[in-house]
Every structure is written in structure tokens, then in C-alpha cells.
Design a protein around this ligand. Structure first.
Ligand code: FAD
Length: 289
């Protein structure tokens, strides 16, 4: 894609790191001084970050919006991302300190759509580091914060926002206090039983649905096997469900096609869609696992 055709959000710029602190095992929250990004980005959108200033690693890494920081007048001034150290890019990022420059581009992708029109309950299902989009989404749908061009809300847009949050072990949970503060009803599950339900996070959702709870919408983010189970539950109970996918990607703005995923079209055929520009949020009925 020529520079003239590339969207403005795809232009790389260098911002200053305000903080980069551990928040859980191998997990960091990084705060970026970028009032423009902070005033534009909406829940579910993401930012590409180049952890190296040189060419190593060459490619950017995508991270979802965790939250926007506002000054005392309520003006958005900075953006928070939370990341899990997995490989070279995130390891390099974890070594960055406040005051250092960081090349980024964004906001990218389509964020979440609005809350269900009936104002009913909603259920968020997060697996591992897939919890990151749900703080901003929860604040938006509970009417306590607005993002991007959204107008100011007064009062909650949903009756109840319940977050099912699963992790391998208790020491990997991050943001639990933030979620509680934001008024989300948090249910936890761990693979090893060290916190909350001992088992899959989707077991908790299934139990609530079997007990008669009927949220108007479900939203999921996490490993593909979890998303597949969630899509099956949503189908069984006929609940609209959005999934935020985390496919590997290189450019973030649709030029490289490295993030394509099979998506079912309304006519039943399957097409390869770019997660970065056509997603990362897709209707669960369209995602082909
Ligand atoms: C839209 C979007 C939003 C994201 N938001 C966040 C976020 O908020 N916080 C966060 O920590 N991560 C997020 N991710 C995932 C994050 O981009 C990757 O974890 C990161 O790129 C890994 O970079 P690395 O250089 O450390 O690891 P690499 O060296 O690239 O990979 C290390 C190991 O992790 C595996 N891996 C890397 N990326 C993924 C992936 N996406 N899915 C499955 N396995 C993977 C590789 O196969 C390899 O085994 C998001 C991804 C997308 C597409």
C-alpha cells in the first residue's frame, strides 16, 4: 500500500513511555503519552507497537486498548496497554523504562459495537491475557466512561456486566481491582484451582445459563479453543456473541494479509478476512474454527 493510500492511523510515530510496571506474573502495564490516540481509540481497537528502535524485532506487535488515562479536566491524555511476555517482542518491551521513546501506530481495527439495545445483562468471557479489552468495554457499557467520538453517557447502558475471567494460575490475574472498581461482577477460574473455579472459565458461564441467567449479549477474547466453546454455548442458547480474535499480524492496517482468518459469509460460503481491518471483532456465528 502506498503511503498516500495508507490510513492516517497507520502512520508510525514515536511516543514517550510514562510508566511500564509489572501487574502480575510476566504481565506489564505500559502507559503511553499520546493525547491523540487517547482521544480517538475505542474499546476493542488495538495499537501496533515496535519494541525495538532499530530493526530487531522488525515487526510491530498488536495490543488491545486496556484503558485511557484522563487529566483532572477529563481530557484523554494517555493510553494504557497490558501485555504478557511471550517472546522476543514482549520481552524487549518489558525492559523499556519511563521516559524512553516507543514507535507505535493506531488506533487500528474495528472496536466493539454498542451495548444491546434492550439494556439487558451482558457476559464477558476472558481467557488469559484476553482480559485486556474488557475494562474499557465494561466502563463504556456501564456508562461510566466514553471513548473516542462517543458522547458522554449518563447511567448504565446495561443492567449487569459480568466478567468470567480464566487464567492458568492465580498469579497471572491482573486488573481484578480495576474490574471491581468499574462495577463488573467478576467470576474467576483457574486451570490449577489456585483461585476461583477449578476448571474452564466457560464452565462458569454454562452453570449460570443452566440456572436460568439470560444475558442479551456475550463477548469473548482469549485462546481459540475457549472462543470455540463460547461460540458453541452462544449458539445453543441463541445469545448474540462477539469474539475478538488475536491472530498474528505484521502491519495492522490491511496491507500484508498475514492475519487472515476464515469467516463464514451470509450465503454460507467462507472467505478469508483480515483480522486487523475487518476485525478483530467478529460475530461468533461467522468465525470458522
Ligand atoms: C488485535 C490483537 C490484540 C492483542 N492484544 C493483546 C494484549 O492486549 N495483550 C497481550 O499481551 N497480547 C495481545 N495480543 C497478542 C500479542 O500481540 C502477542 O502476544 C505478541 O505479538 C507476542 O509477541 P512476542 O514478540 O513477544 O512473541 P513472538 O516471539 O512473536 O511469539 C512468542 C510465542 O507466542 C506465540 N504467539 C505470539 N503471538 C500469538 C498470538 N497472537 N496468538 C497465539 N500465540 C501467539 C508464538 O507462536 C510463539 O510461540 C493481541 C493480538 C492481537 C491480534
Amino acid at each position: 500500500m502506498s503511503e498516500a493510500l495508507a490510513p492516517a492511523c497507520a502512520a508510525q510515530r514515536t511516543v514517550t513511555i510514562l510508566a511500564n510496571e509489572p501487574v502480575a506474573k510476566d504481565t506489564y502495564k505500559i502507559t503511553l503519552d499520546d493525547p491523540m490516540l487517547a482521544s480517538q481509540i475505542t474499546p476493542g481497537q488495538f495499537v501496533m507497537v515496535r519494541a525495538g528502535l532499530g530493526n530487531d524485532p522488525l515487526l510491530g506487535r498488536p495490543f488491545a486498548l486496556f484503558d485511557v488515562v484522563r487529566d483532572s479536566t477529563g481530557t484523554p491524555v494517555a493510553v494504557e496497554l497490558v501485555y504478557l511476555v511471550l517472546g522476543r517482542g514482549t520481552a524487549e518491551l518489558s525492559r523499556k523504562r519511563a521516559g524512553e521513546p516507543l514507535p507505535i501506530w493506531g488506533p487500528l481495527g474495528n472496536g466493539f459495537s454498542g451495548p444491546p439495545v434492550d439494556g439487558g445483562d451482558v457476559g464477558f468471557v476472558a481467557g488469559g491475557i484476553g482480559f485486556t479489552p474488557f475494562l474499557a468495554l465494561g466502563k463504556w457499557w456501564r456508562g461510566t466512561a466514553s471513548y473516542g467520538a462517543q458522547g458522554q453517557h449518563t447511567g448504565s447502558l446495561v443492567s449487569l456486566a459480568r466478567l468470567y475471567y480464566g487464567a492458568r494460575s492465580a498469579n497471572l490475574f491482573a486488573g481484578l481491582n480495576d474490574f471491581a472498581h468499574a462495577g463488573l461482577d467478576v467470576r474467576t477460574a483457574t486451570d490449577d484451582g489456585s483461585l476461583g473455579h477449578h476448571g474452564f472459565v466457560t464452565d462458569l458461564l454454562k452453570a449460570d445459563l443452566q440456572a436460568g441467567w439470560r444475558p442479551s449479549k456475550l463477548v469473548g477474547c482469549g485462546p481459540a479453543p475457549m472462543l470455540k466453546v463460547l461460540a458453541g454455548i452462544a449458539h445453543q442458547y441463541q445469545i448474540p456473541c462477539d469474539l475478538s480474535l488475536e491472530n498474528h499480524m505484521a502491519c495492522g492496517f490491511g496491507a500484508c494479509f498475514s492475519c487472515v482468518t476464515p469467516i463464514r459469509e451470509p450465503d454460507g460460503t467462507t472467505d478469508l478476512k483480515r483480522v486487523c481491518v475487518e476485525g478483530p471483532v467478529f460475530d461468533s456465528r461467522c468465525v470458522v474454527f
